[in-house]
Design a protein around this ligand. Sequence first.
Ligand code: DC
Length: 216
Amino acid sequence: MIVAIDGPAGAGKSTVARALAAKLGFSYLDTGAMYRALAWLAGERGVDPEDGPALAALGRANPIDFDAEGRTQIAATDVTEAIRRPEVDRVVSPVARQPEVRLLMRERQRELAALGDSVIEGRDIGSVVVPNAEVKVYLVADEAVRAGRRMVERPGIEAEALTADLRRRDESDAPQMQRAPDAVLVDTTRLTVEQVVELVEALVAEKRIPSGRLHL
Ligand code: DC
């Protein structure tokens, strides 16, 4: 079974997807980390974040991997922490916008999805990458709450700068943000992580019951 969790930055995707995967015993795939790893490597190698063909060539030559603990690797480097830095926040969106990059990443994401039960988070998972995912959720939250969550993840950066950055990323990510028409919309503004996880778990259980009944 595939559980697709999409939504904008700061809506709670990573926290929820990780907790849900652990509870269900599913693997967890963070597709944003893949775009981030490529953006990081482009910075290291001096590749223009708007040059789609060069980025795709770089990505093809340096496949992204996740180890057993879910740490992100590219070009024989563990980039798990480096890809969360503000420098990467700033360039990842243009990188992710390049059609050549999206083609390459989606190909790899589908390969990883085919390995078995997984919770996959991103922007276009339920709509484009795995449109036949059994469970699709689209998380949203108020801007102030999203910025507040980012502050916890990025200590030392001021609220105003984070809010401005979120706005820029929302605009820049908008063309890639495709909500599947059949995704369940969940506003996480006033919900705890546990509440959101329980809600998605209930959707998973609903999908499991019909096939169970057939075997009665
Ligand atoms: O979720 P995140 O902030 O780690 O995502 C990083 C960037 O990658 C963000 O600018 C949107 C982009 N992205 C995308 O275009 N498609 C995805 N499936 C996942 C992320």
